[in-house]
Design a protein around this ligand. Structure first.
Ligand SMILES: Cc1cc2nc3c(=O)[nH]c(=O)nc-3n(C[C@H](O)[C@H](O)[C@H](O)COP(=O)(O)OP(=O)(O)OC[C@H]3O[C@@H](n4cnc5c(N)ncnc54)[C@H](O)[C@@H]3O)c2cc1C
Ligand SMILES: *[C@@H]1O[C@H](CO)[C@@H](O)[C@H](O)[C@H]1NC(C)=O
Ligand SMILES: *[C@@H]1O[C@H](CO)[C@@H](O)[C@H](O)[C@H]1NC(C)=O
Ligand SMILES: *[C@@H]1O[C@H](CO)[C@@H](O)[C@H](O)[C@H]1NC(C)=O
Ligand SMILES: CC(=O)N[C@H]1CO[C@H](CO)[C@@H](O)[C@@H]1O
Length: 331
């Protein structure tokens, strides 16, 4: 029996979760992970990676998204004990003055060990007076650890890494039985997909080792403790902006909003800044397609929730292929 030849395009969080899923389900597959960028050169490396899907994520049926989210949660949770996987438990608050619905989350409420209303004292935390709030315990996926960990694991189990940019899928014809398309914002050109749109975001890191919980509000503002005393501050959401430079006005705005949320960081030092384009698509793409003689499985367009949902979407992508493969190997 010949080995299955598999290509995965894109070494971001989605592509890496995909190669790990394939290794789990196709012991005899020869997998090539193709990208001209790895680790710190990808978008996925930068974000703090809090596990929190937006309640509108994906525009797909709620039950389906729920399955993806649940799969992802337990997948990451099982990795907590492994050293350097970058996954840890974290708890904190989400506040709003706008509406009760904003602090609720149908995907998380019955999944996380704790998801409750903030009490009166908590609504007045740091002299704020929020109308609505939730406290919950979730996961943090620090991609600056997780991506290298996943890449090492992939190579340890025989995966092949290839530094290459693919400009035309015909370059892959005849070489692979299946191609997983996990190119994020790259799909805009590669797939000529006008539905893929960047949503620009900026992050700062400050040194504030006393911050132990995360704090979010509904003004695109968050404060998230990372490791070694560093705290991530964010963000902005700029639709259709391709600006990959740090904008000093965004920096000032983020810092000011974060100080309003958590005053104790007012004098903390900015250690680094980062900008990234979220690969947004009104409905993220997760489907199989035949192009010429190649079978392609698309898995892109995760917007602001790619870290949260990558294991679940990768699992589903591999399941699609597995069904097809079983069907055809019976012939
Ligand atoms: C400020 C900010 C904060 C965020 N916070 C969170 C958060 O807290 N939680 C969360 O879940 N998500 C968060 N996100 C979103 C998250 O970063 C993305 O959803 C996720 O990284 C998308 O992963 P990806 O693998 O699809 O894309 P990428 O990481 O961009 O990977 C795609 C890869 O494909 C490669 N590629 C593209 N085209 C080609 C080609 N033609 N040939 C070969 N390779 C190609 C690229 O080089 C790239 O390495 C945040 C994003 C930003 C900007
Ligand atoms: C990525 O990491 C390498 C080595 O670890 C470093 O030399 C390089 O400057 C980093 N690149 C970016 C874009 O941060
Ligand atoms: C809250 O406000 C009071 C009165 O203005 C002030 O004394 C106190 O320092 C403030 N606390 C914080 C955490 O900002
Ligand atoms: C499997 O084969 C059946 C019968 O030929 C077909 O109807 C079905 O669509 C196939 N499924 C997949 C996933 O290819
Ligand atoms: C490399 C690859 O598979 N690219 C394809 C991604 O999907 C679009 C169509 O949806 C194709 O046109 C690309 O060739």
């Amino acid at each position: 029996m010949s080995n299955l030849e598999v290509a995965v395009l894109g070494a971001g969080i989605v592509g890496l979760n995909t190669v790990l899923q394939i290794q789990e389900h196709f012991a005899n597959a020869k997998i090539t992970l193709i990208d001209d960028k790895f680790n710190n050169e990808t978008l996925s490396y930068g974000p703090a990676g809090i596990f929190r899907p937006g309640t509108q994520f994906g525009g797909l049926p709620v039950d389906f998204v729920k399955q993806l989210v649940e799969y992802s949660y337990y997948y990451y949770k099982n990795l907590i004990p492994l050293s350097n996987s970058g996954i840890s438990q974290i708890s904190g608050y989400l506040f709003s003055n706008t509406a009760e619905s904003i602090v609720k989350n149908r995907f998380l409420e019955n999944l996380l060990p704790v998801y409750r209303h903030a009490n009166t004292e908590e609504l007045h935390l740091f002299n704020n007076s929020w109308k609505f709030g939730s406290y919950f315990e979730t996961l943090l996926t620090q991609c600056s650890l997780f991506l290298p960990w996943a890449l090492n694991r992939f190579e340890e189990y025989g995966g092949i890494k290839k530094k290459q940019r693919i400009n035309n899928f015909r370059d892959l014809e005849g070489k692979f039985d299946v191609v997983f398309n996990c190119t994020g914002i790259g799909s805009k050109d590669l797939c000529n997909d006008r539905h893929v749109i960047p949503i620009r975001g900026q992050l700062l890191k400050v040194y504030a080792p006393w911050i132990k919980k995360f704090y979010y509000n509904d003004l695109d503002t968050f404060v998230i403790p990372l490791r070694e005393g560093l705290v991530g501050l964010g963000t902005c959401k700029q639709y259709e902006s391709y600006n990959m430079k740090i904008d000093k006005h965004d920096t000032a705005s983020i810092f000011e909003r974060c100080v309003d949320l958590v005053p104790s960081i007012a004098n903390s030092k900015i250690i680094s800044e980062w900008v990234g384009l979220r690969p947004y698509r009104h409905i993220f793409r997760l489907e199989m397609e035949n192009i010429a003689k190649i079978k392609i499985i698309h898995n892109y367009g995760h917007g602001g929730y790619g870290i949260t949902t990558a294991p679940g979407t990768a699992h589903h992508a591999v399941k699609l292929f597995r069904k097809y493969h079983l069907n055809n190997s019976k012939l």
